[in-house]
Design a protein around this ligand. Structure first.
Ligand SMILES: NC(=O)c1ccc[n+]([C@@H]2O[C@H](COP(=O)([O-])OP(=O)(O)OC[C@H]3O[C@@H](n4cnc5c(N)ncnc54)[C@H](O)[C@@H]3O)[C@@H](O)[C@H]2O)c1
Length: 261
């Protein structure tokens, strides 16, 4: 028996990275998954690999209202209901606040913050209609503290925690639990862009990241997307049945304090 038998979960940004691992783990735990992303080729390939009884790909730009309406229709046509959502899609831009163009700030807000809002608004009524379920929002380490050069990103990730708490309060009586994940540094294309470069020497970028996070993170290493997926599974499954409205930090101890050695 899987932890998600009978469930139908839509995961945004699921074509690669943490979202991909969430889709894979949820499917392995018995869920049917809707893989929603702007990366069509990768999303379709993942859905094909998981099989049509288990997975569907839908092209979704999470900042688009119409896109969400269509994604809900695709999910219900394929699997009859939706009773879980993981708002995972996100983008990161590096800039000092005083140099950040308005368009860049608004682009980050559109995907990370408006995307999570639209997802909750489109899917929560479906989860209620299905008899209850879960929403997991993806915030960040920088949803709880500051970090130079990621002002727009940190603002949106703080906002995601605000959305999570309000949604948890408003939806508790409707059988919908809403929690948030706050990852530290996780080994995906977002923190390790070399993963996207076919010509990159991955052993070099891995070594550089390894050295960096050995110093910064008490556990001495970068996190793996599979580890974040395991937390998303906990928050989506009945194992977390009395938990709602909470941020869950998964960061190897980074936020716990400063390492001296
Ligand atoms: N990797 C990290 O260190 C880290 C740390 C903290 C939080 N996060 C958060 O985790 C989540 C997943 O990121 P990741 O690490 O897997 O990075 P990633 O870049 O590999 O994955 C992000 C996914 O979101 C998709 N996406 C981007 N814009 C989209 C849009 N408008 N509509 C739909 N999909 C869109 C991308 O195509 C991609 O598949 C993000 O919300 C990110 O902010 C990541």
């Amino acid at each position: 028996m899987g932890k998600l038998d009978g469930r139908v979960v839509l995961v945004t940004g699921a074509a690669r990275g943490q979202g991909e691992q969430e889709a894979r783990l949820f499917a392995a735990e018995g869920a049917r998954v809707v893989i929603a992303d702007v990366l069509v080729e990768q999303g379709e390939a993942l859905a094909k690999e998981l099989g049509e009884h288990v997975a569907r790909f839908v092209r979704l730009d999470v900042g688009s209202e119409e896109g969400w309406a269509e994604a809900v229709t695709v999910a219900k046509d394929a699997f009859g209901k939706i009773d879980g959502l993981v708002n995972n899609a996100g983008i990161l831009r590096f800039n000092e606040l005083v140099n950040t163009p308005l368009a860049e700030f608004e682009q980050v807000v559109r995907v990370n913050m408006t995307g999570a809002f639209l997802g909750i608004r489109a899917v929560a009524p479906e989860i209620e209609a299905a008899g209850g379920g879960t929403i997991v929002n993806t915030s960040s380490y920088t949803g709880l503290t500051g970090m130079a050069l990621v002002g727009a990103y940190a603002a949106t990730k703080h906002a995601v925690l605000g959305l999570t708490k309000v949604a948890a309060v408003e939806l508790a009586g409707k059988g919908v639990r809403v929690n948030a994940i706050c990852p530290g540094a996780i080994d995906t294309a977002m923190s390790n862009p070399a993963l996207l470069d076919p010509d990159a020497d991955l052993s070099r970028s891995d070594a550089a990241l390894g050295a960096y996070y050995r110093k910064l993170v008490p556990m001495g290493r970068i996190g793996r997307p599979e580890e974040v997926a395991a937390l998303a599974l906990f928050l989506t499954s009945g194992d977390s049945s009395y938990i709602t409205g909470q941020p869950f930090v998964i960061d190897g101890g980074w936020l716990a304090g400063v390492s001296l050695f």
